[in-house]
Design a protein around this ligand. Sequence first.
Ligand SMILES: [Zn+2]
Length: 506
Amino acid sequence: MKIKKILILLLTAVFCTTSINAAVNKYKVFKKAKYVGTMTSYEVDDNIYFDLNDITKHLNAKKNIYSVSKKIVLSIGNKKLNISRDMVDFDGISTANIPSAFILRASKYFLNSNIFLSPTFAKIFELKLDLDDKSRTIKIYDDINITSVKNFSYTEKTRIVVYMTKKLDYKLDTVGKTLVLTVFDGSYIVQNDIIDINDGNVENIKMTQDPNLFKLVIEMGDNFDGYESSTLKDPDRIVIDIKSKPATVENRISGVISPSIPDVSGSSSSFVLPDKLKPNGDEKTVVVIDAGHGGKDPGGRAVSGKKEKQINLEIAKKLYDILKKDDKFEVILTRSSDYFIPLYERSKIANDAKCDLFISIHANAHKDKNVNGYEIYFLSEKASDPWANEVADYENASINYEEGTFDYGGAAMVLHSMARNEYINEGSKLAAYVSRYMSKDTPFNNNGIKQAAFYVLRGTYAPGILVEVGFMTNKKDKKNLDNPSVQEKVARSIYKGILDYEDQNK
Ligand SMILES: [Zn+2]
């Protein structure tokens, strides 16, 4: 009896393993063409999995296994890869559905290789993996120094920008209507890539990676009229301007690509710059007023009295009424009552309206109830101080209420960096003008002008400020925030600041 039972068990075991068509293999791992060891793979049907310990070692990562919540977290550099059963989160910037992202076999964890082969992984972690299942080799490129290639179409030129992590030598050669950029020791995220531009001036850009060279081949269109190149710092980048013949202006693309189109599929992207900083003659100045939070997102916690979302809306509406009476302005509210709008939608409303100035209104909170006063923020990638960073993280956390996964780190949010520098400059001026009146005409103390990376400012193609009017956690500030006549003073101060800013820009 006993023997028979064991036999049945054995047969079942054999049957099970063969039926799912699984195989265990060893892959050879190379870094910079140098052999560095092996990785154990587990192949089930068409999926290749790698031993968690092996991949952790070869990526210089740290691993945390949460067996209760069924989650594995790999820390690579200062970034985190969150792997759940069917979902992978790339450092909070992007997510991907990867069925059976990890599996457990013989009490060992294996990770789906698709996680590491995706362009999203390469782009966010600046690590490229190439897998060849015929020769069973994996190449790891952890020395990525070219992070992206972007193009911008202006009326008189097409600008191509190569973003690098350090300064690299390069040369440019022309062969007929082809311009070739060679970057020495350049290492790009993907092996082969192509960007179709077709703006009359440039047809497309092809990118190829040779062992020690990165090549960018630019195919010029019919309107090509010479080129210029230069380098810029912070971050290091090569800028190539392809000039077009003036007669062709009317054939050019114009308009704004909506920021609500997530794009993380590739490392390259196209963008047509809105020209917002030109004087627009007799046209009205379009001001978009954004009352922070709303609906299911109440904003900062108020101990008593009005919620942040309500205070923000009341001040926003007062500012709206004031601007509405001045026929120099066209005014738009991102929300006019108590409902939820995602942050990217707020930017989209502003961009669709071809907004000239963007004003976001919020109220602050602090664990120390003595902290009080107003702060005016303009956009920056780096916060001016740790507190500014906390405020930005706090306001950006509104995305936790959003459904779906808008990619706040993706192309649409980051690629207009050149225009953004100008907006930042203008935003800082506007902040200064508004602050003058806030400190003079309102009861709130002046905590100064600060910088931080607010999503709502980053996605908007116009100079913008975010006003933290006062602290809801401070008794005196809260009383003032709730008070309609103080709210009116705040709205007037912002209005006067806008007027001064406009005067100065004439
Ligand atoms: Zn807020």
